[in-house]
Ligand binder design. Structure first.
Ligand code: K1U
Ligand code: ZN
Length: 170
């Protein structure tokens, strides 16, 4: 297994749209294991392949306290969303130290393939619902800060550029 490097916003590679996975093979199984190890190490509750510069539609999620309920979702799709919306304070492993409120549908129905190549569906709400939507956004090239106001995005980019310059000088 291997720990993978997580891309940091505003890296332009975070905005690439990931391609569907045609079949589950050993390469995909190894990628899933490496992504899970990277997510647990970070630590985080989710990780999309886009974040490790692999532009294929796979995410890993584990919202359990004991970190023993890993979900690997291949080609995940939201097939239904509630009209009701909820606000959750989100974070992102690609934007460390930044947390902000994002409004999304409260409940979603998700269709995805597992590592056995079987297609299944489930309902997700609460943290799982937020996390699935956040990770599918990554596969579509969208980072959670793009849900924030333009003013907040501009301020954040300026702050990150300043941090970058300070690091280069140090
Ligand atoms: O995609 C990512 O960057 C992972 C992200 C998932 C997420 C969390 C919360 C709301 C929306 C999406 C994270 O895991 S950020 C880190 C985090 O929330 C966390 C870390 C350790 C324990 C519990 C949560
Ligand atoms: Zn994220």
């Amino acid at each position: 297994m291997a720990l993978l490097q997580i891309l940091r916003y505003p890296d332009p590679r975070l905005h690439k749209k990931a391609k569907r996975i045609a079949r589950v093979d050993d390469r995909i199984r190894t990628l899933a294991a490496d992504m899970a190890e990277t997510m647990y190490d970070a630590p985080g509750v989710g990780l999309a392949a886009t974040q490790i510069d692999v532009h294929e539609r796979m995410v890993v999620i584990d919202i359990s306290e004991e970190k023993n309920e890993l979900r690997v979702l291949i080609n995940p799709e939201i097939i239904a969303s509630s009209d009701e919306a909820s606000v959750y304070e989100e974070g992102c492993l690609s934007v460390p130290g930044v947390y902000d409120d994002v409004e999304r549908p409260s409940r979603v129905r998700v269709r995805a393939m597992n590592l056995e190549g079987e297609i299944g569906e489930f309902e997700a709400e609460g943290l799982l619902g937020v996390c699935v939507q956040h990770e599918i956004d990554h596969l579509n090239g969208k980072v959670f800060v793009q849900h924030l106001s333009m003013l907040k995005q501009t301020r954040l980019k300026a702050k990150l550029r300043k941090q970058e310059r300070e690091l280069e000088r140090a």
